[in-house]
Design a protein around this ligand. Structure first.
Ligand code: PAF
Length: 285
């Protein structure tokens, strides 16, 4: 595995592959790998000739009071995992080499970025779209893999790619979970023992909502009440950031479950803000 830190060197390497007609897959990450990241790498490995993994804790997607400085990092371990997953190039840019001091160009998809995570992180998706577009331009990939835990991020990137005619196929990859249902996240390390014990209630509440829908409950208020009651009983230290019922592609809020429906949540638990989501009508009669 080659480790590249210089953006121009990465671009030359990927341009050569592209001109050779090789199929390349990009896996953008912020590091501190867990099995969820490994599944993204495996998905890329099985779909392409060359796998480019990027590890960059992108400052522009963090708000002023967020965890940029504290974001967990372990490059040595991450490098070993990337090698074991058969990654061809790991891009590990020096802090500062990705943004010029007078960087002034931004990519935004405001319509999809306002709700859900955008409510408490108003500039987050502008940072995500901008860095992802920069990574697309540096790596010119045939396809790029993103995890579905960040459903809104995937929906926004798909829309950005469609709207700007970016020739990259977006491959969403399913959420990977702990044995008790907690969605894997690098931020799970922030949880204390007692918070960790409560955290699986996030997924079980979503499964409960899906079960209610399969039994015929279509009223959003009833579903929301059931989820909040489940949290009150099983997640006493959790604080709701949002609980939203939206169309899976447009992210438009739903007034009733009568077609494709996603329930997406963010819960603050101690120092962590945990995301999860479930398709409510998928696989139901
Ligand atoms: O999902 C993430 O880890 C980040 O938002 C991404 C896509 C790597 C952009 O920094």
């Amino acid at each position: 595995m080659q480790i590249i830190t210089d953006p121009s060197e990465l671009q030359n390497c990927c341009l050569t592959w592209r001109m050779q007609g090789l199929k390349t897959a990009l896996v953008p990450t912020m590091g501190y790998f867990h099995a969820g990241h490994e599944s993204l790498m495996a998905c890329a490995r099985s779909a392409a000739d060359k796998v480019i993994l990027t590890l960059f804790v992108n400052p522009t997607q963090f708000g002023p009071n967020e965890d940029l400085a504290a974001y967990p990092r372990d490059h040595e371990r991450d490098i070993a995992i990337a090698k074991a997953q058969g990654v061809d190039v790991l891009f590990l840019p020096e802090a500062g080499s990705m943004y010029a001091p007078d960087h002034a160009t931004w990519v935004e998809v405001p319509e999809l970025a306002q709700g859900l995570c955008g409510l408490s992180r108003p500039t987050h998706f502008r940072g995500v779209c901008t860095v992802v577009m920069k990574l697309f331009m540096l790596t010119l990939p045939s396809l790029a893999v993103f995890g579905q835990k960040d459903w809104q991020q995937v929906a926004i990137i798909k829309r950005m790619v469609r709207d700007l005619n970016v020739p990259v196929q977006i491959l969403p990859s399913p959420i990977v979970r702990e044995h008790d249902g907690l969605a894997l996240s690098s931020r799970n390390v922030y949880l204390t023992e007692s918070e960790r014990a409560q955290a699986p209630a996030i997924q079980s509440s979503l499964r409960l909502a899906k079960k209610l829908v399969s039994e015929g409950t279509m009223e959003i208020s009833v579903l929301a009440e059931a989820i909040r009651a489940h949290w009150a009983a099983n997640l006493p230290d959790g604080e709701e950031d949002y609980l939203s019922f939206v169309h899976p592609d447009t992210l438009a809020p739903l007034s009733r479950i009568d077609g494709p429906a996603l329930c997406a949540v963010a819960v603050r638990l101690g120092k962590a803000r945990l995301l999860d989501n479930i398709l409510l009508t998928e696989g139901t009669a």
